[in-house]
Design a protein around this ligand. Structure first.
Ligand code: ADP
Ligand code: MG
Length: 462
């Protein structure tokens, strides 16, 4: 039973959330607050520092991978035979005008596992060899549409009113600053930002928050359009993309990562128009592809990873990786050497089955794994990867979802935002700019905030 005081403070928090613009649309079109937690997630300084330190290295990895078209093509082409979405993306390359300048705004997501398995930090043993384990386990790196910089900044403000020890967090400002810098570097005064949106976007407020600050701080206008609208309203002039009579200096994708965004030929033509122009794309095609789950799986192999990062960084990365396999890969198991798909079919609780998709709701868990594997034709299996399921540390959390309070044994996924500028693949500036925490009930598989699975949260010093 909630006490009167608790009830009032929760109602107060909900009103604050609305006041701060932490809003989302319900499927019926009604507005509500974005789901949030009232139990900040405690993290140790060593775990926090390790995550922050790794961010620029992961950004650089994505830049380096994006420069190696041969590797991207060789790894992804076999999948494109059964995955028309991936084929469409790879085909875009043909008419693409490459830009010398690159801007990556990424978010690298992790779970923390139980303390007895690993402690953060990287102390050295007497031999000088780094033998420490890590408590971090990477879920995935998002190179396209890394969302929530606005909503999470607002949630941190809200939490700072209520709790002590909240770890400061403002990814909003640096993301907006990076847009402004890219627009300035493009060299046209009076140029605009194009935000590529989905037709019905429930997470619109996270995007509007970015647009608002870009205007307030820099007087830079954002034009928001779907891919189809870009085809219908856009044009090329001397290599520039023109919309609403203005040059588009940067194109920021908050759409274009799922097949539904390309369901009409006009939408594909919209993307082709962007590709054929000199606008700086956040991210460009190669960076978007570098963030695909198949690439993540292949990069868990040390001999491949070492093509892109130093041995020292490779070791630090690999401590945060869990096993990832193609379905036909032969793996060592207690029952001998068998294919990963067979092993996962016997032990579905230990794995997540993932297609080459972003945006939540696409993965298979538990009993659905063997079911899906049996349904698939042999060639289709290339488009999926198996990832070991991460057993995240649990904690008790009070979650506020659409005005209702729930208490759950929960897990929290922490994302670190990274911003990286590169010129012809050479990194110019590269930093960690803040975090996202999404907290969800332990037994919930997927992690989307706007789909209602997870709640925004902040970090507190342990
Ligand atoms: P998407 O591109 O759809 O966001 P993710 O790889 O991030 O795909 O998976 C979606 C959600 O599924 C994650 O936010 C996480 O909650 C859960 N998930 C993904 N991989 C794992 C894993 N290996 N172990 C446990 N949960 C996972
Ligand atoms: Mg994800």
């Amino acid at each position: 039973m909630q006490t009167q005081v608790q009830k009032e403070s929760i109602e107060n928090a909900i009103e604050q959330a609305k006041l701060f613009g932490m809003l989302k649309y319900l499927p019926e079109g009604e507005l509500t607050h974005a789901p949030f937690s009232l139990s900040p997630y405690s993290i140790s300084t060593s775990e926090l520092l390790e995550m922050i330190e790794l961010t620029p290295y992961f950004s650089e990895l994505m830049i380096n991978v994006s420069q190696d078209w041969g590797f991207l093509d060789e790894t992804l082409s076999p999948i494109s035979k059964t995955d028309p979405f991936l084929k469409m993306l790879l085909d875009l390359r043909e008419h693409e005008v490459s830009q010398s300048r690159q801007l990556l705004v990424q978010r690298n997501d992790f779970f923390l596992i139980k303390d007895d398995i690993g402690k953060g930090g990287h102390d050295s043993s007497s031999s000088g060899e780094d033998t420490s384990a890590s408590a971090l386990r990477q879920v995935e790196i998002n190179t396209v549409s890394a969302s929530f910089p606005f909503l999470i900044t607002q949630l941190t403000r809200l939490h700072q009113h209520i709790f002590e020890q909240i770890i400061p967090n403002n990814p909003l400002k640096p993301v907006v600053d990076s847009f402004a810098k890219a627009i300035k570097d493009y060299g046209s005064t009076d140029a605009i930002m194009l935000l590529v949106s989905q037709p019905a976007e429930s997470n619109r407020f996270d995007q509007l928050g970015l647009e608002q600050l870009l205007w307030d701080e820099y007087k830079i206008q954002t034009v928001r359009k779907t891919l189809t609208e870009i085809y219908e309203n856009g044009s090329l002039s001397e290599g520039h993309l023109i919309l609403a009579g203005k040059k588009v200096a940067i194109t920021y994708y908050r759409a274009g990562y799922t097949p539904e965004d390309f369901s009409t030929s006009c939408a594909i033509k919209g993307r082709q128009l962007i590709e054929a122009s000199s606008t700086i794309q956040v991210p460009d095609l190669a960076m978007q592809l570098a963030g695909m789950k198949k690439i993540q799986q292949v990069l868990t192999r040390p001999e491949i990873l070492s093509n892109f990062v130093s041995e020292e960084i490779s070791k630090r990365f690999r401590k945060t990786f869990v096993g990832m396999h193609s379905l036909d890969e032969i793996i060592e198991t207690p029952e001998g050497e068998i294919s990963a798909s067979e092993w996962a079919s016997i032990n579905p609780e230990k794995y997540v089955l993932k297609p080459q998709r972003e945006g939540g709701g696409n993965n298979y868990f538990g009993k659905d794994i063997p079911k899906k594997i049996t349904e698939m034709k042999r060639e289709e299996q290339d488009a999926y990867i198996l990832m070991e399921k991460i057993k995240a540390k649990t904690h008790q959390a009070i979650l506020v979802v659409n005005g209702k309070v729930e208490k759950h044994t929960s897990v929290s996924e922490i994302g670190r935002f990274g911003i990286c500028f590169a010129e012809n693949g050479v990194v110019q500036s590269n930093e960690d700019v803040g975090y996202l925490v999404r907290t969800k009930a332990k037994n919930v598989n997927e992690g989307g905030v706007c789909s209602g699975f997870a709640c925004l949260n902040s970090l507190a010093k342990a």
